[in-house]
Design a protein around this ligand. Sequence first.
Ligand code: ARG
Length: 568
Amino acid sequence: MRSLKEKIAAAVYKGIERIAPSAAVPENEIVTYLAYPPDGKMGDIALPCFRFAKALRMAPPAIAAALADGFCCEGVASVETAGGYLNFRIDRGALLERLYGQISSQDKPYGSSDIGAGKTVVLDYSSPNVAKPFHIGHLGTTVIGHSLKKMHEFAGYKCIGVNHLGDWGTQFGKLIVAYRKWGSKQAVEEKGIDELVALYVRFHEEAEKEPSLNDEARAAFTALEHGDPEMTELWRWFIDISIKEYKKTYKQLDIEFDYYTGESFYTDKMPAVVEELKEKNLLSIDDGASIVDLEAYGMPPCLILKRDGSTLYPTRDIAAAIYRKKTFDFDKCIYVTSAGQSLHFAQWFKVLELMGRDWYNRLVHVPYGTVSLNGEKLATRTGNVVLLKDLFAEAIEKAAAIMAEKNPELAGREDVAESVGIGAVVFYYLSANRMRDINFVLEDALNFDGNTGPYAQYTYARTCQILKKAGEFKPGPYDLNDDEFELCKTIALFPETFDQALAEYEPSIITRYVLDLCAAFNRFYHNCPVLTAENESVKAQRLALTECTNKVLSSALELICVRHPEKI
Ligand code: ARG
């Protein structure tokens, strides 16, 4: 059992068995009824007994009284009834003793679990389109995706990160033609994606005047599809140039992918899909194109083949899912994209269901909202794009300027500025519920006094410095005042907070928890001197709380991909 709530729930279940042996109350539901009252006066944890009134055929106050009678649970100091409520008081010292025991022993990070043991999760995220700008619209899939990967690892799953690059399609015919006409090897090597984008833009400008260029591009793509060696070499080079650049951004975020298997990887795996769809009578022809009709499910048709027989985005996704299932035997395959693609995923998930792949319900689409910058919507088409690398560079520069002022003596300031600048962007992004549309304001993200990444990093660094100065200590016996207890309770919330974030695919739950923990720690630190405490026993107890905060903050920041230097 990982939390006190679970222990209390188990004791309540025993109590119910005692009062009404035949009542059908599911044990795992009791824990969801337990609440933390906002005002600790009534108790630290409360159980509304009306929840059991129907099953027990008793009035809530009578249930509360019967459960309180002889109630016994390790970690609970006392229990009182208040009408239909049962209020538990936590044994403060026992709570810290238990937490400190778990957190300071190194065997397994506190809050982690093993619900994923023996199971594999494939995470498909970031997945930019090759030779197109990697802009701040990609921040969501990249950081939410990576955070979900970390979270699944923390829960014991084996995780496989796949970058499903958009590396196939007619745009490569255009790029090849543009490069051959106006490009130079040197420029591409020097300027990377920026140069590829410029070539692509130029292609469209020239094609306005000279429409035959489009035919050339089509021919080039057809040649590429047929494996023309020269075209293939160019195309691979465009991909390599792009990946090299993405990797710079991924390095800043400490992200590594297990596979860069883009859409093209599934080229030879698609004919079998089309064959199977035909065999199962799922394909119909609509204006020359092959589709799967989904009208019965309230969705537009899923496009499988264009009129000219070429495959489409959903076709490749279907082939990829089948390949991944076969190769990794995943328990779940998670896709992180903007909510704009929700229909696409719903459609092809349905197609797999119709194909009789009973694992279709193991596919999870995790959508997220839009992002604007300083109130301005970003759109690739109008050219109003902000590249992720530029946003990061600006954040790092601004962080460095603030730090030069705050802590001019700091050693290794450049590295720390990178951690703070990027940490600020990621933290800010992951602060809001993922479906909310975000307006990015860099100044706000970098506000060292706000509810921001730098504030959390500062708090973490503070705990590191206190522990470093303190040296060894041995806490106990424990006796907690209110501030100490508040902090202790917040620390104790980490496992269930993590469980909830994982269940909802919602990193922001962890981000907000980090802020709560920082607030509780800073209140404690303000009111309770640690290193200059009145005696050794109080000092050791406060150091134990500081160490718990330190370890939990470290795990939590790790889960949301925010670096946390020991000194800022
Ligand atoms: N390349 C796509 C885009 O930029 C995202 C791919 C998401 N993954 C997938 N399996 N469809 O919109």
